[in-house]
Design a binder for this molecule. Structure first.
Ligand code: S3P
Length: 426
């Protein structure tokens, strides 16, 4: 791709629904009594994997023009799966459903694609086993396929070694079915969509600092859910507007939950021109973001508790840092090595190919900004966030950028290239 942009990016984007919240809507709706209606559901491949797993577990899920309708089976109404549960590329599907399946009166087997098969599952096998679950890695390597036979679970307190909402949510979902209270303490607070949404479904989840606690539940109740736009998807257009001269874009209905808004803090620290309109603070907070080209972005340090709040935005931030003056240091981000690809390695390799001054560290990256980027062949490793990030880098570099497997954006943002083109031509 080689873009011809004369006056920057202009126009509006309705940011598609949040991936994390869309997954949870289907899962909790499946376990609820009655009907759950989900508006602005993200129809990306990952969330469709969640729908397909619950369909195999006997849940009736309808897609209408503007919503997904889940006809819940109740907490004890899932059926033994009609086939192997294929989680595709989705870590969220795998880890959250595992917590549910650990308590069902049947055996399930879960598989995934080649990326998902190499991602660590011991992080859920360990705590779920402590709760009494019968969950094994079929190949004995701590990865998928997983085989889970339901059993009576016990409440535990788990000190998680990683700040991971997927791990936390898996344990909390198992905790719904346990015979006592379950709590999880994380080293830093990860996204809290499970805690917020389970409470609206009638469960009792409390939080104190980085500890979330759940009581066993008898029943959950179907809800109407309005999914805010995914800030992780908005991040690409935030970065694009900031780095392409002359740009001004409006990003509608972006979720700004405080456990997800690290990208906005980083942009502010870099000196970015972003303002907010139509702020809604009820439930999952959201706002429209107005982002303007900002010459002279400054390098920054990103470390510690903010990392889980921007974990999926680090590829895009690494590229922004190349356009900033001075040095950006990213630390405490070793989790990036076990995402859909090894995002530290993949970002450093591809940015180096484009001429950036960047080095990989044990747990992050050091980027010396200000060196012009040039075209290159980018290996996306079939990782949606890598493909989208480099589509933005391509907007502001000399020469052509070719991205391998660029359709992998379907995982989280099927309309990505369409929305990007609209901003270029408006
Ligand atoms: C997610 C949590 C994050 C994130 C992923 C979605 C979720 O993973 O990277 O894209 O929906 O819970 P971890 O919590 O494992 O870091």
């Amino acid at each position: 791709m080689e873009y011809n942009i004369k006056n920057g990016l202009h126009g509006e984007v309705n940011i598609p629904g949040d991936k994390s919240i869309s997954h949870r809507g289907v899962m909790f709706g499946a376990l609820a009594n009655g009907t759950t209606e989900i508006y602005n559901f993200l129809r990306g491949a990952d969330c469709l994997s969640t729908i397909s797993c619950f369909a195999k577990l006997g849940v009736d899920i309808e897609a209408t023009r503007d919503r997904i309708v889940v006809h819940g089976n109740g907490m004890r109404g899932l059926k033994a799966p009609s086939a192997i549960l294929d989680c595709g590329n989705s870590g969220t599907t795998t880890r959250l459903i595992s917590g549910i399946l650990a308590a069902q009166p049947f055996t399930s087997t879960m598989v995934g694609d080649s990326s998902l098969k190499s991602r660590p599952m011991k992080r859920i096998i360990t705590p779920l086993s402590m709760m009494g679950a019968n969950i094994v890695s079929v190949l004995g390597n701590g990865c998928m396929p997983l085989r889970i036979t339901g059993s009576q679970l016990h409440g535990i307190h788990y000190q998680s070694p990683v700040a991971s909402a997927q791990v936390k949510s898996s344990i909390l979902l198992a905790g719904l079915y346990a015979d006592g209270v379950t709590s999880v303490t994380e080293p830093a607070l990860s996204r809290n969509h499970t805690e917020l949404m389970l409470n609206t479904f009638g469960a009792n989840v409390t939080t104190s600092g980085t500890t979330a606690t759940i009581e066993p539940a008898e029943e959950l109740y179907g809800q109407k859910i309005n999914v805010p736009g995914d800030i992780s998807s908005a991040a690409y257009f935030i970065a694009a507007a900031l780095i392409v001269p002359g740009s001004e874009v409006v990003l509608r209905n972006v979720g700004i939950n405080h456990t997800r808004d690290g990208i906005l803090t980083v942009c502010k620290n870099m000196g970015a021109d972003i303002s907010y309109e139509n702020l809604t603070m009820k439930g999952e907070p959201s706002a429209d973001l107005i982002v303007r080209y900002t010459p002279g972005l400054k390098g920054t340090v990103i470390e510690g508790d903010i990392i889980p709040k921007l974990i999926d935005e680090i590829p895009m931030i690494a590229i922004m840092a190349c356009y900033a003056d001075g040095t950006t240091i990213i630390r405490d981000a070793a989790e990036l090595k076990v995402k859909e690809s090894n995002r530290l390695r993949v970002m450093v390799d591809n940015l180096t190919a484009m001429g950036a001054d960047i080095e990989e560290t044990d747990d992050g990256m050091i980027i010396h900004g200000g060196k012009p980027l040039h075209g290159a062949v980018i290996n996306s490793h079939n990782d949606h966030r890598v493909a989208m990030s480099f589509s933005i880098a391509a907007l502001n570099c000399e020469g052509e950028v070719t991205i391998t497997q660029k359709d992998c954006v379907n995982i989280s943002y099927p309309r990505f290239y369409i929305d990007l083109k609209k901003l270029i031509h408006e």
